[in-house]
Design a protein around this ligand. Structure first.
Ligand SMILES: [Zn+2]
Length: 181
């Protein structure tokens, strides 16, 4: 049986520019970390209103390989943010789970879905908008207590709590979660 290719996004020049602007390209050995949006530690990129895993997109742009709908792009290194094609491989869902348990990484699932799976059909239904910031009262309090202007800023806290800097800003300025002390 031939597997259907997962829908490939349109890589216009603008899209490519957006991608490489958020990518720190280094040597083959080093990790190329994604500096754009993240979800569960994995880079995400929005193309034509659909969210794709950044590492899968970069792997395609660098090598031309794109997973079919039974496959996932996995990391050889344990750096979820890494988009270095030399550190990535296309594997099956099962392999991905085995690798995660071997490396001691717990499988990160949201609503039972692996977030590094390219699944445009779920994205199209609006399940995954590339936003998965899961704050709660405790995290909000922690962010506010750790924020120190000009020292521990939005970027630092964004990395630590794995959310966008804009989220930290909203929390700190009480634009969001204003009901929490
Ligand atoms: Zn890496």
């Amino acid at each position: 049986m031939r597997h259907r290719k997962t829908e490939l996004p349109k890589f216009t020049e603008i899209v490519k520019f957006k991608i490489y602007k958020r990518l720190v390209k280094k040597s083959d050995e080093e990790c190329w970390e994604w500096s754009g949006n993240q979800c569960n530690g994995y880079g995400r990129i929005l193309i034509d209103g659909k969210s794709f895993p950044a590492h899968a997109v970069v792997l395609y742009l660098e090598t031309g390989n794109w997973p079919d709908n039974t496959q996932v792009v996995c990391h050889k290194c344990d750096n979820k943010k890494c988009c270095n094609p030399n550190h990535l491989y296309i594997g099956t869902q099962k392999q991905n789970t085995i690798d995660r348990s071997k490396s001691g990484l717990t499988a990160t699932k949201i609503n039972g879905r692996h977030k590094c799976v390219v699944k445009p059909e779920t994205i199209a239904r609006g399940v995954d908008k590339g936003k998965c910031v899961k704050l709660n009262d405790d995290i909000v309090k922690q962010i506010r207590s750790e924020y120190v202007p000009f020292s521990v800023g939005y970027e630092v806290l964004a990395k630590k709590f794995n959310v966008a800097p804009s989220t930290i800003r909203s929390v700190v300025l009480r634009l969001k979660w204003s009901h929490v002390d």
